[in-house]
Design a protein around this ligand. Structure first.
Ligand SMILES: NC(=O)c1ccc[n+]([C@@H]2O[C@H](COP(=O)([O-])OP(=O)(O)OC[C@H]3O[C@@H](n4cnc5c(N)ncnc54)[C@H](OP(=O)(O)O)[C@@H]3O)[C@@H](O)[C@H]2O)c1
Length: 313
């Protein structure tokens, strides 16, 4: 680790800052200062991290640290970077998955090195006991010594580092969103079906989560493609037809999601060879007809075809 980067500070005291400040402290780094929009957030973080002081003004965090993490909302990043008194020999690091290093160009213009460290991990609540960094993959990039410092920091956090080319950043972040928020959204919709049957959300989560966990275990051991099971993979058209009719009648808002994911699953089943060309064609037709009806974007000329498809299945 280059010797000039010994003390760490945070501007923004939310979930990412808390996870990282705790992780870095445990890994032996000196996290000395934090400021935030509200004094209460800065104090809450400082209380959790031994040796860390809550500071009122972010500029004063910069006076006290060599590496300043800007752990604030993405939209506030450029203006915050532009407002702070960076100096040569210091580093500015953001934790966004979507932003490039350019958002910190104001810091670079004032002589600071810039970097980014994005964790492929989610911190959804304020409860720090749920935060996990060991085994997590981090996308890192940085100017010169900062890149090496971040690589070493990830290693000491117990994670893995990857480098993502600038043009791949949107794909990288889309994959993260699909593996995280989309999974939760899918489960939220599944829970809504349990609510439609008269159960509570808590009962739904209790019932469905072991199924999801088992699936994730299978993804880990066999890969996502082989872990996909269900009536589409088996070619059970009658079952899928029954699902769609019930969803259209009792949970119409869920139909587009069911159909769209189902269409991807048809392609997967066909690639795996578990259904043939004709079965895949029929399944696609069924799903597309419900999708078109649900999204209500049919032109007049398409309506008769959809009606015919519905009659056939
Ligand atoms: N949470 C995650 O799972 C996760 C995962 C990977 C990456 N990230 C990245 O981490 C960064 C921070 O996200 P987060 O989830 O930690 O957000 P968060 O929990 O909402 O925290 C944001 C913090 O920034 C502070 N803040 C907001 N506007 C500010 C401003 N103008 N000046 C100073 N402080 C300001 C807030 O202040 P107050 O509390 O004082 O109001 C809050 O403490 C983002 O770039 C995000 O993309 C988050």
């Amino acid at each position: 680790m280059p010797s000039q980067f010994t003390t760490v500070g945070f501007v923004g005291a939310g979930r990412m800052a808390t996870a990282l400040a705790l992780g870095l402290t445990k890994a032996g780094y000196q996290v000395g200062s934090v400021s935030s929009r509200s004094a209460a957030s800065a104090q809450a973080l400082a209380q959790k991290v031994p040796g860390c002081q809550a500071i009122t003004h972010p500029a004063d965090v910069l006076k006290r640290c060599d590496v300043a993490f800007l752990t604030i909302p993405d939209d506030a990043m450029a203006s915050m970077a532009g407002a702070l008194p960076w100096r040569a020999g210091q580093a500015a690091v953001h934790c966004s998955g979507a932003l490039s290093l350019d958002v910190l160009s104001a810091a670079r213009d004032r002589g600071a090195l810039v970097g980014a460290l994005h964790s492929l991990q989610t911190f959804a609540t304020q409860d720090a006991s749920t935060y996990r960094l060991v085994g997590v993959t981090f996308a890192i990039e940085g100017d010169g010594d900062m890149g090496r410092w971040l690589e070493e920091a990830v290693r000491r956090l117990g994670g893995y580092s990857v480098s993502i080319a600038a043009q791949d950043r949107p794909l990288y972040h889309a994959a993260a969103v699909m593996s995280c928020g989309y999974v939760a959204t899918l489960l939220e919709s599944a829970c809504a079906l349990w609510e439609a049957m008269g159960f509570s959300r808590e009962e739904a989560v209790k019932a469905l989560l072991p199924l999801t966990r088992g699936t994730l275990d299978n993804v880990e051991s066999q890969g996502a493609r082989n872990a996909a099971t269900g009536p589409i993979v088996r070619g059970d058209m009658g079952t899928v037809r029954g699902h769609l009719a019930a969803l259209a009648a009792r949970a119409p808002a869920v139909v587009p999601l069911y159909c769209q994911a189902g269409l991807d699953m048809v392609a997967l089943a066909q690639e795996r060879g578990s259904i043939g060309t004709e079965q895949a064609r029929g399944m696609r037709q069924l799903l597309r007809s419900y999708l078109a009806q649900a999204t209500n974007d049919l032109s007049g000329s398409e309506r008769p075809q959809v009606a015919a498809a519905l009659d056939r299945h």
